[in-house]
Write a protein that binds this ligand. Structure first.
Ligand code: GUN
Length: 293
């Protein structure tokens, strides 16, 4: 049993935002324009609208220019791609994201491939994914980037450790496994998915366990090694009798698992706050042409 160290994503995210804010203030002092991040959204999905609002608010907090392009669900794929051409060609737009999911009649993979890789601050374009695989400079997807940043800023030792990633999604699990195995992180990585055999035993071998499986309280205490680092990517609203009508929890059964960990991220307040901050970091990199000449 341990008294785990809490990885406070809120505090670390705030520190990084202050760093970005002061860099933007210096840019403005030297007569330059601020970085400009655009979010593109189609339709009226409540969760997507609230994510985009949060991105807009936090962009403004660090001094960026922030715009939201909102389109009705009825927009055709062709019209939508033409809008992206406009953004790709606008020299006053440093980076943009297309909020997912898109309506079914719009091909998501086609849309992602249409974003100029230089402006792809989500890091979803095949060019950026490929560059990441080859350890070339690239925009990293926001959630994995946020997790790597948490691990680095907490000074957690990763070299030679066994890292188990639960979930192989394109935007979290798969890039997470790549990043943890790269030079600098130097973990031995196991990427688990729905067909993994002996999942409990595999997890129990993890020095670092990253849960991105999308199932509330999937990770239980019998799956966690004594002294492990546990990173919880899940965000679930569970209905209850409280005034709000729900509580927010993760992929990890926190109360049971935490006493066995050396470090653990809470939900909310762990990985979540880091995601938008990573997007802001990518936008500043786009502005400074740090990834591409
Ligand atoms: N939908 C869920 N997560 C994300 C994300 O990281 N970026 C975008 N663009 N859409 C999302």
């Amino acid at each position: 049993m341990n008294n785990p160290i809490l990885i406070d994503g809120k505090v670390i995210a705030q520190t990084i935002k202050e760093e970005i804010k002061s860099e933007v203030a210096q840019l403005l002092d030297s007569g330059k324009r601020p970085p400009h991040l655009v979010a593109v959204i189609v339709g009226n999905d409540g969760a997507s609208l609230s994510y985009v609002k949060s991105k807009e608010k936090q962009s403004q907090e660090v001094g960026f220019t922030s715009s939201v392009y909102k389109f009705p669900e009825s927009i055709s794929e062709k019209e939508f791609l033409e809008t992206l051409d406009f953004l790709n060609n606008d020299s006053e737009v440093d980076g943009y994201i297309v909020q997912l999911p898109l309506p079914k009649h719009i091909n998501t993979k086609k849309v992602i491939a249409h974003v100029d890789p230089k402006k792809d601050v989500d890091g979803f374009h095949p060019a950026n994914a490929g560059r990441m695989l080859l350890s070339m400079p690239s925009y990293l997807p926001a959630t994995p980037y946020g997790i790597v940043t948490l691990i680095e800023r907490m000074g957690i030792e990763t070299s030679g450790k066994n890292c188990v990633v639960l979930g192989r999604s394109d935007i979290v699990g798969t890039p997470m496994a790549v990043l943890m195995s790269r030079k600098g992180m130097d973990c031995t990585v196991t990427l688990c998915h729905s067909k993994t055999a002996n999942l409990k035993d595999v997890c129990k071998n993890a020095d670092i366990l990253i849960a991105a499986i999308g199932k509330p309280h999937f990770v239980t205490e019998d799956m966690v090694k004594e002294g492990a680092v546990v990173i919880d990517v899940g965000i679930h609203r569970i209905e209850d009798n409280s005034e709000k009508g729900y509580y927010v929890t993760g992929d990890v059964d926190y109360n049971k698992v935490a006493p066995h960990c050396s470090y653990i991220t809470p939900v909310p307040g762990g990985v979540g706050p880091m995601t938008i901050v990573s997007l802001l970091t990518n936008t500043l990199k786009a502005y400074k042409h740090e990834i591409y000449e």
